[in-house]
Design a protein around this ligand. Structure first.
Ligand SMILES: Cc1ncc(COP(=O)(O)O)c(C=O)c1O
Length: 378
């Protein structure tokens, strides 16, 4: 049986429905990393207002082509000029646009990392220069290798924290990478799609130092943290010159009016942010402990709202990740098959952190599956 990532990503409950003969809506989804506390109430209020508007003004008019209101709310929140922000139809749109705007000949991609960096390069015939990393170093490159790689490419992608590992390059190394990229004229694209889930801190993002690093571009997603992947919303932050170049490639009205209004409402909800971070501070370690207690399962200690697991070789067959995905799929649970990431193999799976009850359901389903495969108990 093939893996569920037929279209390259987790969260495909329709494929799961076809495979396992269940309603698409009935799966408990650990394969996409969406905040289980969301969407925030402010977003739901906006959607109700749009729904109840007798004039249907958000739906029956074109959206603001420059997403002015959301853009300036975001700029205010981030402490940058609105000219430094571009809103996109999800972070995925902006990742793709960069490959048109920067026209790199050689694209650096860390293995393993989010598939869209490589997909955007491939589509345009841009050469991929992988930087291989290992489990024993938490899939983080050594600084020397990182800088050598930056020198070799025109565009380098760094996940911060990285997906699917949940780990991030030490801040000093990230700064060194940005310095090297600035010196060499390499574009350093830092994907901070999951950064909002981490406790805020001074040395967490290059955002306050963008002026020093004019070739660094930050990419963020609002779909995971605010739980609106169905609406689509992301943004890029960089020097105004880069933002203009990206915008030239964007399709008009790519960010719909509902998403623009919902995004502005989401930003105002500080309580939601705090609740999310305290949920994660409690549930990720609890889930990690539960998973690590299953024989044959190693857990990579990551910082994000998901965990990368390594399953012992040959559990359930030659591709344990696919076997486990099927076993859990039959029990109504979706997980991410890590073998679909370049740089990982059939020993790896990724699971999202969800609410306590759901995490327990995952743990008991995994225990049950592994028990049947003869890995747990005697
Ligand atoms: C690392 C990373 N970056 C960007 C994205 C794009 O997210 P979206 O387009 O939903 O904002 C994803 C989605 O899974 C991701 O995992």
């Amino acid at each position: 049986m093939e893996s569920l990532e037929r279209y390259g990503h987790g969260g495909d409950r329709w494929t799961a429905g076809e495979r396992f003969g269940r309603e698409a809506g009935s799966f408990l989804d650990f394969s996409a990393n969406i905040n289980p506390l969301g969407p925030p109430t402010g977003v739901l209020d906006i959607l109700r207002r749009i729904w109840n508007d007798p004039e249907c003004s958000t739906l029956s008019r074109y959206p603001d082509p420059a997403a002015r209101s959301l853009r300036s709310a975001l700029a205010g929140r981030l402490g940058v000029d609105p000219e430094q922000v571009l809103i996109g139809n999800g972070g995925a749109e902006l990742i793709d646009l960069l490959h048109s705007a920067a026209r790199p000949r050689r694209v650096g991609v860390i293995h393993p990392s989010f598939a869209e960096y490589e997909a955007a390069a491939r589509k345009r015939g841009q050469e991929i220069v992988p930087l291989k990393t290992e489990w024993d170093r938490a899939f983080l490159p050594e600084r020397k290798a990182l800088l050598a790689w930056i020198r070799e490419v025109d565009l380098a992608w760094v996940g911060h924290p990285n997906n699917p590992t949940g780990t991030r390059i030490p801040f000093e190394d990230l700064v060194a990478a940005a310095e090297e990229a600035t010196r060499r004229g390499t574009v350093l694209a830092v994907d901070e799609a999951f950064l909002d889930f981490l406790p805020p801190g001074e040395e967490i993002s290059l955002l306050p130092r963008l002026e020093e690093f004019p070739t660094t571009i930050l990419f963020r997603s609002m779909t995971k943290f605010y739980a609106i992947p169905g609406l689509r919303l992301g943004y890029a932050v960089a020097a105004p010159e880069w933002i203009r170049k990206l915008a030239e490639w964007q399709i008009p009205w790519s960010v719909n009016g509902v998403a623009q209004e919902a995004g502005t409402a989401a930003l105002g909800d500080r309580e939601f942010e705090e609740q999310t971070r305290s949920w994660l501070a409690e549930e990720r370690p609890a889930l990690a402990r539960g998973l690590a207690s299953l024989p044959g399962v190693d857990v990579l200690p990551g910082e994000a709202n998901y965990l990368l697991l390594r399953v012992a070789e040959n559990v359930g067959g030659p591709i344990p990740s696919r076997w486990l995905q099927r076993e859990l799929g039959e029990r109504g649970i979706m997980i991410r098959d890590g073998s679909t990431y370049p740089g990982l193999d059939g020993r790896y799976v990724r699971v999202a952190v969800r609410g306590r009850k759901e995490n327990r359901r995952l743990l008991s389903a995994m225990e049950d599956a592994l028990f049947r495969a003869g890995r747990v108990g005697s």
